[in-house]
Design a protein around this ligand. Structure first.
Ligand code: HEC
Length: 208
């Protein structure tokens, strides 16, 4: 009889403890959630453009770190980045075309464009030879007379079956490639008048 009473008492104590242990997490969770919320809510922070005593210049809004650019905030010449003037393709280069630019253009053209447009720009690159698509030939009258801005637009945004290169080739390199395409076009349509007088004699010598 005695033993049974002890048992019952033990059982009661045990079940009380189990309940505490089982339900203990609820207040804990509440404390945790509340604390979390308060911490995040009341964390030390500056409201936009609020003054600050921490920084020497008294501003909480910090100036941009030198030589960094926020995405979408490049401040460059509009023409350099679009090739368009008032929505129309421009017909000038936004920078001087030097031998260095030309060399860079040749390199970038050979990497990015040759597979389709071919080494000389006739549109007969390896992709064309394997069949499937017909890349443009740069030596048609239309493309010889197309303004630089049109080429820039095509490279940047793509053109019908050609996909865009705006995310793969920098604007600077796109202009360099265009300079090189101009050289290719000239090379296939030049006359003796395009050759400097002191060089003509060399060409005439080669023809004989
Ligand atoms: C994967 C193949 C491929 C590559 C690489 C490629 N192109 Fe093209 N490109 C084409 C095709 C195809 C067309 C013709 C699109 C059409 O008319 O449907 C074309 C058309 C063009 C045109 C003519 C647009 C017009 O007015 O008719 C230009 C200019 C041009 N590409 C420049 C370039 C330059 C510069 C590069 C390198 C940066 C390049 N392409 C890389 C496939 C390519």
């Amino acid at each position: 009889m005695r033993a049974r009473t002890m048992d019952t008492q033990n059982q009661r104590r045990f079940s009380f403890m189990t309940r505490v242990l089982r339900l203990g997490w609820i207040p804990l969770l509440l404390i945790f959630v509340a604390a979390c919320h308060q911490d995040m809510y009341d964390q030390p922070k500056y409201k936009p453009l609020a003054p600050s005593t921490f920084f020497e210049d008294g501003r909480s809004a910090r100036p941009v770190v030198p030589n960094t650019v926020a995405v979408g905030q490049v401040q460059r010449d509009e023409y350099f980045l679009t090739g368009q003037i008032d929505g129309q393709p421009g017909d000038v280069f936004p920078m001087p075309v030097t031998a260095e630019v030309m060399e860079r253009g040749r390199e970038r053209y050979n990497i990015n464009c040759v597979p389709c447009h071919g080494l000389s720009g006739y549109g007969n690159g390896m992709v064309w030879r394997r069949g499937g698509i017909t890349p443009a030939n740069f030596h048609t009258d239309r493309l010889r007379n197309s303004p630089e801005g049109h080429f820039f637009d095509v490279i940047t945004n793509g053109y019908r079956y050609m996909y865009p290169y705006g995310d793969k080739v920098t604007a600077e390199d796109r202009w360099a490639i265009i300079a090189y395409i101009r050289a290719l076009q000239l090379s296939q349509n030049a006359t003796i008048d395009d050759v400097a007088p002191d060089q003509r004699i060399l060409l005439q010598g080669m023809n004989q």
